[in-house]
Design a protein around this ligand. Structure first.
Ligand code: C2E
Ligand code: CA
Ligand code: CA
Length: 782
């Protein structure tokens, strides 16, 4: 508890000031007390010294009074008469008379022979010897004597003078009692307490009269020693011992003053000071609590703000008033809070938004999908995911650059968001992949939305004054029909999307069968690596014939995979994967060698044929490609002019500089080159001119609609013109009917290839086909 208290800043401040102040005040009080004591002691000393002088004056006055009275008595004629005549009654009455006038306590008359004539204290003493012969001796010597004398336990201040007639006839003595009354008189004028003590030889000190208590008198009596002028200090009482002139006894007066009394005025001041100290301590506690609050309150307010910020609440500013340091600090904190909030908002944006399209990204999409599924579960409604991938987007990127690609993606994003409802989520998952989350939409409704999207994207996109055709494939998967959780739905939508792409049908709704195919593709990939070693790859050959004369010009070698269980696998099913993994180089090397070997065999059989081999864009990056070519040609002794490489237009455009370089080297060793699938790759004339190519193959998508679509016809015609201008041979791919062949012939195309001529055939079948065709041609000529 105490430890906790000490940990708080506020109590530390309070305790510090409290202790400091208490210490300072305490020391001050102690010093003051010391000084007071010293002062008081000094004060008492002075008082006592003054008191002594006053006391002596008083004694002298008394003595003077006595002297005067006794001298007047001695001059009294009647009195002298009575003394001379020993008239005792007259003597006694005159003595009393004169004594009463000055309130004397003792009156006596002593004969010259030192016998008492009369003593007011003791009427029986007449005729006895006077007990104080020294007093008489002193009077004989000095003419009179004064001093104190003891009588029993009482003391008297006496004056003795001779009665002259005119020679001394007797001694007259008056005395005043040394008692409480005298003490009071002394006190009245000196403001000091006084006590008288006396003793006769061998007796202890007896109190004679005092203004102090009996117990204090006892203590003084105890402390008294010889009758000397000394200072006595008895605890609180300081006293001055004054010896008095006495005959046949010791008598002292003790003037005293108590420290308590002397300190009294200081004591009052001290009490006032203690009250002041207590007051200032209380004020200090209150004040320091107040100041400490001033420090700790902003601190805890700021602490509270940081706690809120920790919990993600940046909205509330901290509001502090007070000293300007505090409000400045609060201002800084608020600035910091705003900066953090802004930065966090940006981080959140970066984490959940795709910066290019400003659409939600995959993370946010998955989040929303999960939430939507939870909601749908509870409300028993449906949620559907559309997964969309642009077709051949890679070509746009490769051919026109990433900047154009980005613009296309932005436009696609705009079209998508314009189409779906506000409550739905459109996201860009990455690359050219988009997804749409349709809340409370069944699969059927989703399918129609997907078709609308496909139709919308079919409208050409204008970017940087170019018109581009973009198409998309969409996979549809819905909860609860196709999956219970987000991951499953996404996977199934992906499978459906691939199926749509493969079948080129725009939109496909998921069915379990698709999923199997996708899985199968993945397992194929791992088997592909062994396919070459196990001799599972084959080549088939598709003839290319001259359009005007019908002559067989060469063959295109196309790879097939004779899978042990799955049968013949077409290249579209495994070449893309092989490209992804780089394994395609191994395949290319195998294909080149097999094709060169076959061409050499035909040449040896007296039927030389040019063989075209497809190479992938990855092969362009293979620095050993030329060595692979020359090694094969050498091994099988085939002239380089018998071999032709086909590289797609989009492949060339992906890395034009490298393509130019590679094709130059291929040309140097005498191997020919063809640009494949021309018309789909957005190539520019400038590049084509720089490429060392011999042949241009117009993509079969243009040939398919050649007869029906005048636009395609125009494209094909201009392509043929362009190619001829550059000195290239033009080959039409995918010619499936005679009408197309006829049209191409009219347009001036050089060669054709397609089912109209022949399907791709294995070597044996091709030989049979070629022989039959040669025979047919011969017979038709003859
Ligand atoms: P491609 O180079 O355009 O090959 C021509 C494709 O068109 C072949 O498909 C062929 O069977 C098909 N075809 C021929 N005539 C017609 C026709 O009249 N109508 C239609 N609709 N199609 C026709 P295939 O053999 O399935 O090859 C597909 C693609 O696979 C090829 O397109 C080529 O790009 C790639 N490919 C084939 N063999 C290899 C190879 O050995 N290496 C590499 N890298 N790619 C290859
Ligand atoms: Ca080809
Ligand atoms: Ca082609």
């Amino acid at each position: 508890m105490i430890v906790r208290l000490l940990q708080s800043l506020q109590s530390r401040i309070v305790i510090f000031f409290l202790v400091l102040l208490a210490l300072v005040q305490g020391v001050a009080l102690a010093l003051l007390q010391k000084a007071n004591e010293r002062n008081a002691r000094q004060h008492i000393r002075q008082e006592l010294a003054v008191g002594e002088r006053i006391f002596r004056r008083l004694s002298e006055q008394n003595a003077g009074r006595l002297t005067q009275a006794v001298e007047i008595l001695a001059l009294d004629f009647a009195f002298r008469q009575a003394v001379a005549t020993h008239d005792l009654p007259t003597i006694q009455s005159v003595l009393l008379n004169h004594g009463a006038r000055i309130q004397a306590d003792r009156m006596a008359l002593i004969a010259l022979d030192r016998r008492l004539i009369t003593d007011s204290l003791d009427p029986q003493s007449a005729g006895r010897a006077f007990a104080l012969p020294q007093l008489v001796e002193a009077a004989e010597r000095d003419g009179r004597a004064t001093g104190i004398v003891m009588h029993g336990t009482r003391a008297y201040q006496v004056v003795l003078v001779p009665v002259l007639a005119p020679t001394p006839i007797a001694w007259a003595m008056f005395g005043l009692l040394v008692d409480d009354r005298l003490a009071k008189d002394v006190r009245t004028v000196s403001a000091l307490d006084v006590a008288f003590f006396g003793r006769t030889a061998g007796e202890p000190w007896t109190p004679l009269g005092a203004t102090v208590s009996a117990s204090l008198q006892d203590r003084f009596a105890h402390a008294l020693e010889a009758p000397q002028r000394t200072v006595l200090e008895l605890d609180e009482n300081h006293a001055l011992v004054i010896p008095l002139t006495a005959y046949q006894a010791d008598v002292v007066a003790v003037l005293s003053s108590s420290m308590e009394e002397a300190m009294a005025p200081f004591q009052q001041l001290g009490t006032l000071l203690v009250v002041l100290v207590a007051g200032s301590l209380a004020a200090c506690v209150v004040g320091s609590i107040f100041i400490a609050r001033g420090v700790t309150r902003p601190l805890s307010a700021l602490g509270e703000m940081t706690r809120r910020m920790e919990q993600g609440d940046y909205a509330q500013p901290v509001e502090l008033t007070g000293p300007h340091e505090v409000s400045e600090l609060a201002h800084r904190f608020n600035l910091m809070r705003e900066a953090i909030a802004a930065r966090e908002a940006q981080v959140t944006r970066l984490a959940y938004r795709d910066p290019l399209s400003d659409l939600p990204n995959r993370t946010l999409f998955n989040d929303r999908l999960r939430v939507a599924i939870e909601v749908a579960k509870r409300s028993a409604t449906a949620v559907t995911v559309l997964l969309m991938d642009l077709d051949r987007f890679k070509n746009i990127n490769d051919a026109l650059g990433h900047h154009i690609g980005d613009l296309v993606l932005q436009q696609v994003a705009q079209r998508l968001t314009g189409l779906v409802r506000k409550s739905d989520t459109t996201a860009r998952l990455g690359g050219d992949e988009f997804a749409v989350l349709l809340n409370s939409a069944g699969v059927e409704e989703a399918h129609s939305v997907a078709q609308k999207i496909v139709a919308l994207l079919e409208q050409p996109i204008e970017v940087s004054q170019q018109t581009l055709d973009v198409s998309a494939s969409i996979g549809v998967a819905g909860f609860p029909a196709h999956g219970e959780d987000a991951d499953t739905l996404m996977r199934h939508a992906d499978a459906a999307m691939y199926a749509a792409k493969r079948a080129n049908i725009g939109v496909a709704v998921y069915d379990p069968h698709m999923h199997e195919r996708r899985e199968e593709e993945l397992s194929l990939l791992s088997e592909l690596r062994q396919a070459i070693d196990w001799g599972e790859l084959r080549l088939v050959y598709q003839p290319k014939v001259d359009l005007s004369r019908g002559e067989l010009m060469g063959v295109e070698a196309l790879v097939r995979w004779q899978h042990p269980t799955k049968g013949l696998v077409p290249p579209d099913r495994f070449i893309p994967f092989a490209e992804e993994t780089g394994f395609v180089r191994t395949i290319t090397s195998w294909v080149i060698d097999a094709a060169v070997k076959q061409a050499a065999a035909w040449r040896a059989a007296g039927r030389p044929l040019k063989v075209s081999v497809n190479i992938s864009v990855h092969d362009l990056q293979n620095p050993e490609l030329v060595e692979v070519l020359t090694a094969s040609l050498e091994r099988h002794r085939l002239p380089a002019s018998q071999l032709l490489l086909e590289i797609t237009e989009s492949g060339v455009m992906r890395d034009a500089a490298r393509a130019i370089e590679m094709l130059k080297r291929v040309d140097e060793v005498g191997v020919g080159c063809a640009i494949d699938d021309f018309g789909t790759g957005y190539s520019s004339l400038a590049y084509i001119k720089q490429l060392k190519v011999d042949e241009l193959k117009i993509d079969r998508s243009f040939i398919r609609t050649l007869v029906s679509d005048p636009k395609d016809r125009a494209i094909v015609l201009s392509t043929i013109d362009l190619a001829h201008n550059l000195g290239l041979v033009v080959v039409a791919e995918g010619v499936e009917d005679g009408a197309s062949a006829q049209l191409l012939r009219e347009l001036g195309c050089d060669q054709m290839q397609g089912y109209h001529v022949s399907q791709p055939l294995d070597a044996a079948a091709f030989e049979t086909w070629a022989a039959a065709r040669a025979a047919g041609r011969r017979s038709s000529i003859s």
